[in-house]
Write a protein of this length. Sequence first.
Lengths: 1038, 304
Amino acid sequence: MIESIIKTSIQKRWLVMVAVLVLIALGLWNVRNLPIDAVPDITNVQVQINTNAPGYSPIETEQRITYPVETALAGMPHLSYTRSLSRYALSQVTVVFEEGTDIYFARNLINERLGVIKSSLPEGLEPEMGPITSGLGEIFMYTVEAEKGYKKPDGSRINAIELREIQDWIIKPQLALVKGVTEVNSIGGYNKQYHVNPNPEQMLNYGISFKDIENALQQNNANQGAGYIETNGQQILVRSPGQLKSIIDIEHVVVKTIDHVPIKIKDIAAVNIGKQLRSGAATKNGAETVLGTAMMLVGENSRSVAHSVAEKMQEISATLPEGVIINHVYDRTTLVDKAIWTVEKNLTEGALLVIVILFVLLGNFRAALITAAVIPIVMLVTITGMVKAGVSANLMSLGALDFGLIVDGAVIIMENSIRRLAEAQNNQTKLPLKQRLEVVFSATNEVIRPSLFGVIIITVVYIPLFSLTGVEGKMFHPMAATVVMALLAALVLSFTFIPAAVALFMSGTVSEKESIFIRAAKTIYQPMLKGAIKLRWLVLVGAMALVGFSAWLYTTMGSEFVPELDEGDLLIHAIRIPGTGLDQVVAMQYLLEEKLAEFPEVAEVFSKSGTPEIANDPMPPNVTDNFVILKPYDQWPDPTLSKQALIEQIEQSIKQLPGNNYEFTQPIQMRFNELISGVRADLGIKIFGDDLDVLLKSGNDILSRLNQIDGVADARVEQITNLPMLSIEPKRDSMALYGLHVTDVQHVIKTAIGGTGAGLIYEGDRRFEIVVRLDEHSRQDINYLQALPVPLSTGGYVPLSEVATLILAPAPNQISRENGKRRVVVTANVRDRDLGSFVAEAKTKIAAEVDLPAGYWLNYGGTFEQLESANKRLSIVVPITLAIIFGLLVMAFSSFKDAFIIFTGVPLALTGGIIFLWLRDMPLSISAGVGFIALSGVAVLNGLVMLSFIRDMWQQTGELYASIIQGAMTRLRPVLMTALVASMGFVPMALNTGIGSEVQRPLATVVIGGIISSTLLTLLVLPILYHLIHGEKNDHQL
Amino acid sequence: MKSMLLKAVNTLILLLIVVSASASGDHDEHDDHGEEQAMVTIDEAIAKQSMITTQIASSGRIAKRLKVYGQTEFDPSQISHIRARFPGTITAVNVQIGDTVKAGDTLAFVESNESLKQYPIKSALQGIIINRHANPGEMAYEQILFTIANYKNIWAELKIFPGQINHIKPGQQVSITGNNKTTGGVIKHIIPAHDQRPYAIARVAINNQSNEWITGLMVSALVTVDSGHAGIVVPTQAIQVVDNNPVVFVKDGQSYEPHTVETGRTDDQLTEILSGLNVGDEYVVENSYIIKADLEKSGASHHH
């Protein structure tokens, strides 16, 4: 079949060219549609359901909101699991669907379910689905600030309330229109509210209750339409505007009339613009600010969306009030550009190196050009494939592309073609067309089998990557898919485009000057090969020793998970004890940010504390995300300082500040962690049940058992308690005496402390709540609250302490649930012991010693689970892959022996990879593993090319020794060429230190090192082995 | 040879498995926090930046005050309703509503029906005329002709609810606030409320020489229920709760040590320390929360 394809390609060579042109055009078209990002998106298919419940404590939130929502979601199709979080004023249910579920389908399902339960939720509370975005979604952040030194006409500074108003009503509505932006989130400043602060004494004086004030406000703040009238043929609309517009309007609302004297709001209360009870704050460079985040719709092109957001910002800036500026603090474009630049640089430089090598080694410019032309064509075809497969261009997906490797097949065919053409030309200057075509055909056909098998084998070795699941899978599937697509494209081109192009363009005299390089190599190689065959045992033992040495080296090397992508910026979680107030946190932030800004490497520091408006990241107020934007490395005082070293310096410095705990991460990394949110420890024991106290007690029991087991480290119970809470518990008997209901008292408490909404003030589109609550000073004073008068229906009052007990006691700060049940997690890591036996021991020990009450159960999870399943999968997939490769080799040679000989190339190739890693002081990682995988393929390809030729020759001549020498000499050039192009293609990657290079560096290092050792093997050890094994039959040569 | 090759293949398989396994087996490392030290060390400059302030423990006065509400009332002894002694015709009236009169001032003349003699009606009290039901020519029978009230001394009647009654005693100092004015006084006596309401009334005399106070005004009052000298007092904000115990942080150089204390009486600002703190100890007053936060921070973690 291949033969006929080659034949057709040569005959219909113009058609092939046209087809290639179509492919190029298609590729160019798709370049525009290719989503570009810095890193692959590892977020699972999930929908967050947030319900804001102002004033609700964690327990109430769970009982009234989280539970009904969770229950409603049970049994949805494609549902993987649900988890939930109930905090002060927020219920968040995260619904995770099976991989591959359409997100819009999922959201539709949820919407339908939520519609059913809406009536069973407390009045005024509305569950909302979070924005349709992913971990890569936060692409652009900006702060809204007052210009330095700017004062308003009245001499005051622009305050945080006004800035927030500008963000909410000027910037956000415009920004939300940008294509690809799904949501704009805000944190910091205060929502503007109109506050009515009644004076309890004045209220007593006039016998007015909070309810009276609320009613008065609500009944005096409405516009009413009244249809229309027709007068003299004219239709006149009727309306009665009665809305309150200003503080003065509110002050003049009449609450009650006593002896014909109207009592107005201003007689009993102060009215002013006040601050909402906020759940989050933002600071920048040590000052409070308003922070906006543009979130990208899932699947959009982050670079272009961030770009258009930045453009829109320019427009918006012009519309801002005087003295207000927008400051861009985080722009994903920067990172993407840097990452893409790294990839582009690697690919271009690699491609150029490959072209140079082709030219030098082939000694024919046209041939080099045709081979090199494969590179852009493959790239464009791959891009088309990526767009169709929905793979985005990023560091990972493009990270393993090596054009040297890709053109290997084409190189082999091209090399053979021009060698044969040159041979055929020996006696005449120019070949007639027919003969030329025949030569091209037979030359291609001669090497097509080994190169086909070789490329297929390289493709097959990528299969184990597809068996990775979860996060690893999401990171490496695109990489494997891209490489496989590129390899297949190159494969097809190598037996269609290459012969066609050779037939078409190599029409003149084919000059095949063996370059000096090749001639020099040949003069060195021949004696070396002969010597090696003489000293074959020595060479073999040496090779074995090398393998042994690198195996030992391997055991001493450190390992890391997926290499960390350097985002160029830092994110520092500053964590305080639960219950720390937002104002206290902001005060602590000032110091922290000052300290961070002292570092000359730091360009800017900004932070988010607590939960933003849309609770995509529901942090309690005691946790702060500090974004530390670093200057480009070349602007550092010491550009050679590693990021890790800088982090250590920063940690040393900020550790001195009291009251903060830190965790270091990076912005995108953090978002992924938040969204995936699994147990990241080795072992996670989840305890499910109803009573939090029992859960906690069981958790502590389990913790103490875990701590008795050898190899345990960092064991801890999830922190769920210790939120200080003031419980105002009604005294029912006492209340009965005064004729009060529980709700009467609760209403007073709620209004006095939390405030009660009493309508809206409209200012154009803007709308602001009117809130009735005590003034700041009174509502903060627990002693004052004790004496708070509660009005009686019979007139008069009773102090709060008379009808309720005020208790200050710690309470749960959050309630976590999973799959509809409360849970507490005990996590532990394992050191110096194998995970499997540790988990087994923990299971037996806990089963024997920990007594769980009825209705409580355990679930063992954690990384060990993934590890177990990954181990299981890989221990099946890897041998199968090896078997397939072996099978292919056997097919190619119809000989087990030869297949074995080629297979020995693999360990020797790995040897070089390991030694190079060790030399460069790099740990083992999945990236390096991918390098090893690619390497196995190259090693096999080299062996295949060499051995198939030797074998053909041996079959023709029957002279083993001579065939080996002759064959090896003839194949020296293609082997060197494929090896050189493959390793040169990776050289820029191995040396690059730009953003994102950390993923590619280990891979490239491994491949380069491995190719050197594998080439040596192919050139020396392989002929020896072949001679050794086949020599048994006729060993009379030496 | 074959066995060797097989071994090599096996090594490869092993290698691949181990590479992937060990690579995926890595995890976030957490710092070992070690055993918690019950001591916090903060650099002097940073303590200053964090606005941590200290004081030397000393004795002081505790004045525990209780907030109650009430109303101002007339003094019944300072109100006088004047009637005619003998029925007759009012011949002349000397005073208007609002006039100030002294005791013995003649308010009006009445011609007795029996003796047909004029006799004067005199004020028995110094005060202000607040009611007048008398005009020349009118008949004076049993009705009240004038009401004279003295506002120089009025009373605050404070409602004392059952939960508070144990603390309130006659003789206690009271600070009364109403209509943006504050005055001092003493609880004279405590009486049950009228018509069997479930509270008692504490009565406090208000000196109203300046005439600033009016009656019928809702007032709030702070009653000093417990007052006295205490061996050691600290501002209440210096006390933090650590492991369910009240503690005060004692500063020694750059280190701060939590002292578990036993607290006694407490008022709006100060708390008496019965034990755990010695006179002369330097302790943290403002921003003591930061030290508590630092002490407990090892337990602060952020789970996603």
